[in-house]
Write a protein that binds this ligand. Structure first.
Ligand code: KIV
Length: 284
């Protein structure tokens, strides 16, 4: 039987210099594909707001949406290390709120860890969640839930002052007790400095290679999200045209009477004659 991954396996990978692969998933089939592909971690990201629900951003995502998607992902990937992403409003108000909602992710969502956005300003939230015995992943740099105050989805750490702030956030997240940290959309030089300073695993999304592993949004990585592709995405497949072509062919064959054919039908058991006799009863 396959062994379920824990935070100790993630630490071991860092120690051994083995890069950590991480991808988002929001449902059981994609989670199962990720597990079959040998992905080390899955993030049930609040990016489900755009990818699954068609919102313009992540902020409308609720705790209930996250919990039910975490449950689906856990069913699809029983042995993968799963991180649940705390949605906007679930931890910003108080340490107590943060702890209570993080507990819901573990108890109801079945995940192994939670992720929350923010550096220094979220240090007490990180500590409160860790004090409940929950594995925490910090998230700094571009933090989409506060893109309003960042002036949009903009890369961070590109000036000396901004880079200093990102590094100070990273130090604060580790000092607060986080078990790992995700750095989003900062220059690789800044990521390298964070990696050098921190002892917890440092993961990147759009923050370059010099760290312990990489995260991407699955729909970007396989060409399924058509609205926008970030600069840092490498497409490993182009799934959207494959799906659209298949749907178009299906629709055409329905209209032409080509589908379904005999091979796609169930057949009566035995001779058809008694059925035809019985059908006549309905004609009276
Ligand atoms: O929700 C998500 O997928 C994320 C990534 C953008 C880091 O938080």
């Amino acid at each position: 039987m396959a062994k379920k991954k824990s935070i100790l396996d993630i630490y071991k990978m860092k120690q051994n210099g083995e890069k950590i692969s991480w991808i988002t998933s929001y449902d059981a089939p994609i989670a199962s594909f990720a597990e079959q592909a040998g992905m080390d971690m899955i993030l049930v990201g609040d990016s489900m707001g755009m990818v699954v629900f068609g919102f313009e951003g992540t902020n409308p995502v609720t705790m209930d949406m996250c919990i039910s998607h975490c449950q689906a992902v856990r069913r699809g990937a029983p042995n993968t290390f799963i991180v649940g992403d705390m949605p906007f409003g679930s931890y910003q108000i108080s340490d107590e709120d943060a702890a209570a909602n993080a507990i819901r992710f573990i108890k109801e969502g079945g995940v192994d860890a939670i992720k929350l956005e923010g550096g220094k300003s979220m240090a007490s939230r990180i500590a409160a969640i860790r004090n409940c015995g929950i594995v925490v992943c910090g998230h700094i740099g571009l933090t989409p839930q506060s893109s309003g105050v960042l002036g949009g989805h903009k890369a961070q750490g590109r000036t000396v002052e901004s880079a200093r702030a990102v590094i100070e956030d990273a130090l604060a997240v580790e000092a607060a007790g986080a078990n790992m940290i995700l750095v989003e959309a900062v220059p690789p030089e800044v990521t390298a400095k964070i990696h050098e300073l921190l002892s917890i695993p440092v993961l990147s999304i759009g923050a370059g290679a010099p760290c312990d592993g990489q995260l991407t949004i699955f729909a970007d990585t396989i060409g399924m999200f058509q609205s926008f592709t970030p600069k840092f995405i490498k497409k490993y497949a182009d799934i959207a045209p494959v799906i659209i072509d298949a749907f178009a062919q299906y629709s055409k064959e329905i209209k032409e009477g080509v589908f379904p054919s005999d091979e796609h039908c169930y057949h009566v058991i035995g001779d058809i004659a008694p059925f035809e006799e019985m059908f006549k009863e309905f004609d009276k």
